[in-house]
Design a protein around this ligand. Structure first.
Ligand SMILES: Cc1cc2nc3c(=O)[nH]c(=O)nc-3n(C[C@H](O)[C@H](O)[C@H](O)COP(=O)(O)OP(=O)(O)OC[C@H]3O[C@@H](n4cnc5c(N)ncnc54)[C@H](O)[C@@H]3O)c2cc1C
Length: 418
């Protein structure tokens, strides 16, 4: 039996990467090799791109890959939200149908949760799914759906019983995005990119066999999805955010070079590569010796350490089959605060160059693209205010928001709506 101690896992991984890593391979072939070997997502089960390894052993394996300079597995909504949720709640058939094409990067997924009238109050969602024989007919509007313009599938929550209280009448589905009833319209952001979309569902169809979890249990399934958003064993596993068109026939080397040259703040925030860019900026402008800059860098480092600790606690709970609690909110808050501090210290270090934008700006405008994206970090995945509410109520024991308890009991159809 092979040892799962981190040192021997690292040695195994090093041997494997030394033998197989080749930047001239087509991207699709490399991702398939990674998935088949289990080095793609080492903490995931065998047969699904992983080896069922512990957090520590996973870290050792990822380190071995990075030291070998080998390109990572696909990374995006498919890998950090859809796949873990399908593995948790899916039937064997659903797992076999969807996971293999997620781990080898063939299929891109998006998340269809938020609505124009239901963001922070996600449980108030109005998109309806009505049963029709072996299928469900879905009608409604979703919004802020990252990568939906490129997605083949979506994880969707919809109301299946308006007579139940708002958290109870929701069901979770896996929906085919490439059908006539799904209309995706990109939204342009202040960064200049259109990473997210609004999605109109007009008599869209979902097979009953693509319902994930029990009827009316969608809220619980959705909470599992959101808890994985910050699982450190998943997030940042790939060196890339899988947004945009992906050509699996292109060589890994070419694809990786295109990604590194992309001025995309969203990808940089997701891949966690921004601290490397910040180091480059502070040394280019000789700011690393400035006591004020050093103080801020120390504070960022401190937050990184704390967030790693909270992340490990959350990951341990997920692994033991539980739901992580308020530590996920702490992680989320630390993430947005770090983003703001990184932005400020980087722009201050540049002096007047901080006012430039695009190709004229230092480091090809990459840091500026990230700076424009930072406000999004305190909104995406639940706003900072909402995370503070959770910490206030669940950690500090503060009273719940006025009227919330009553609203939880009333049928959704009787709730006041604007
Ligand atoms: C970059 C990015 C990517 C995203 N990707 C996706 C995606 O792929 N799929 C998806 O479904 N969604 C996605 N979202 C949407 C995101 O989940 C929502 O924007 C978020 O939940 C907030 O909802 P909202 O925008 O409707 O704001 P609202 O809920 O309308 O909030 C508006 C303001 O009111 C505050 N507020 C609301 N309720 C309270 C309260 N109870 N107490 C105190 N303050 C409150 C909020 O903090 C916020 O400042 C994305 C968002 C961003 C920014």
């Amino acid at each position: 039996m092979t040892s799962t101690l981190p040192e021997s896992v690292k040695a195994d991984a090093q041997r494997w990467f030394a033998e197989y890593w080749d930047p001239d391979l087509p991207l699709g072939q490399w991702w398939q090799l990674l998935a088949d070997s289990g080095w793609a997502f080492p903490s995931w089960p065998e047969g699904f791109g992983g080896r069922g390894l512990s957090s520590a052993a996973t870290k050792a394996a990822v380190q071995a890959r990075r030291e070998a300079g080998a390109f990572g597995p696909p990374n995006g909504v498919a890998t950090f939200l859809a796949a873990p949720t399908i593995m948790h709640y899916g039937t064997e058939e659903q797992k076999r149908k969807y996971i293999p094409k997620i781990v080898n990067g063939q299929e891109i997924w998006c998340q269809l949760f938020s609505e124009p009238g239901a963001g922070s109050d996600m449980a108030g969602l109005a998109t309806k799914a009505i049963r029709d024989g072996d299928e469900w007919i879905v009608n409604g509007q979703k919004v802020w759906n990252s990568g939906a313009q490129w997605a083949q599938y979506g994880i969707l929550i919809a109301r299946t019983d308006p007579q139940q209280p708002k958290h109870r009448g929701i069901t979770y589905f896996l929906i085919d995005m490439e059908q006539d009833g799904v209309d995706v319209r990109p939204l342009k952001e202040m960064t200049g990119d259109a990473a997210f979309n609004e999605v109109f569902l007009n008599d869209a169809r979902v097979a009953e066999s693509d319902r994930l979890g029990d009827l009316g249990d969608g809220w619980r399934v959705a909470m599992t999805t959101l808890s994985h958003e910050r699982d450190p064993d998943n997030a940042g596993m790939g060196d890339t955010a899988a947004f945009g068109e992906i050509d699996l026939a292109e060589s890994v080397g070419e694809y990786s070079a295109t990604l590194s040259s992309k001025n995309d703040g969203f990808s940089l925030a997701l891949s966690g590569g921004v601290t490397r860019v910040l180091e480059g900026v502070t040394s280019q402008f000789e700011a690393s010796e400035d006591p004020k800059v050093r103080q801020k860098l120390a504070s960022i480092l401190e937050m990184r350490r704390t967030s790693r600790w909270s992340g490990m606690r959350a990951a341990a709970k997920i692994k033991s089959g539980g739901q992580p609690g308020p530590e996920v909110s702490t992680l989320k808050l630390l993430g947005s605060e770090m983003g703001r501090q990184i932005r400020d210290v980087g722009l201050e270090s540049m002096g007047a160059h901080g006012m430039l934008y695009g190709q004229d700006a230092p480091v090809d405008g990459l840091f500026h693209a990230y700076s424009m994206f930072t406000p999004a970090q305190s909104i995406a995945g639940g706003s900072d205010e909402v995370q503070r509410n959770i910490i206030g109520e669940r950690v500090l024991g503060l009273p719940r928001e006025p009227g919330e308890k009553e609203q939880r009991e009333l049928p959704w159809s009787e709730l006041p709506r604007s």
